[in-house]
Design a protein around this ligand. Structure first.
Ligand code: DX5
Ligand code: ZN
Length: 222
């Protein structure tokens, strides 16, 4: 059984006037992955940042970059994101027409491919694509904004996904969770079997080092 546990701070809640410094602080404190929330104002009602910012921050850290694309027609941009230094890319299946083709494209360009489930998207939408992907991102809030409250029912999807992974022989898939994760709930979420924990406000609001230390302590409690 896979027991990998990785913390992925989302820079959405960082201070953008000193983004590089905040990423370095997060890395020194033990962050495992940097989560990049890419929003286009169409798939979600918010706009964040794009490829030029990713190119710049790539120089500040050796940690893997995990781009969560909340954009329509993600297939148009994955190549540029990967060239800018992104190592993992996830997309929402209802934002593209040919999900399988897109997964192939991401993998052929040398990155890991993931698909995202919104709170109302059932696990069984993965029944066919599961054979091809590297990870699944379960949204525990509605995508679009940081600092929202964790939706507890979304956690039920972890065991459903684990069943599907077993049935399809894909127990190597990593499970990522995103939204409202904090030091109070991360241990419970971890016990369900989640591997990658995205946290924005719980990392970047207040003392980054202290926050990461606390989250990592709680994350490993099994
Ligand atoms: C929401 C984003 C999340 C968000 C997490 O659309 O996908 O990654 O930044 O932020 P917190 O941890 O503050 O809920
Ligand atoms: Zn995200």
């Amino acid at each position: 059984m896979r027991t990998e546990k990785l913390l992925a701070p989302s820079i959405l809640s960082a201070d953008f006037s000193k983004l590089g410094e905040e990423i370095k602080t997060a890395e020194e404190a033990g962050a495992d992955i940097i989560h990049l929330d890419i929003m286009d104002g169409r798939y979600v009602p918010n706009i964040t940042f794009g490829i030029p910012v990713v190119e710049k921050i790539r120089k500040t850290t050796d940690l893997p970059f995990d781009a969560h694309l909340m954009i329509v027609e993600p297939e148009k941009y994955v190549e540029d994101f990967i060239k800018a230094g992104v190592n993992m890319i996830s997309f929402h299946m209802d934002a593209t027409i040919h999900s399988h083709r897109l997964v192939d494209k991401i993998k052929n360009l040398g990155a890991k491919a993931g698909v995202v489930l919104n709170p109302a998207t059932p696990v069984n939408t993965l029944e066919e694509i599961i054979y091809y992907i590297d990870y699944v991102l379960i949204m525990s809030v509605n995508p679009g904004f940081g600092g929202q409250k964790f939706i507890p029912q979304t956690l039920n999807k972890v065991s459903k996904l684990k069943n599907l992974m077993k049935e399809t022989g894909r127990e190597d898939i990593l499970i990522e969770i995103d939204g409202g994760i904090n030091a109070e709930n991360i241990s419970k979420v971890s016990k369900e079997g989640v591997n990658i924990f995205v946290a924005g406000s719980a990392v970047f609001k207040g003392d980054i080092k202290e926050n990461i230390k606390k989250l990592k302590e709680e994350m490993y409690v099994l």
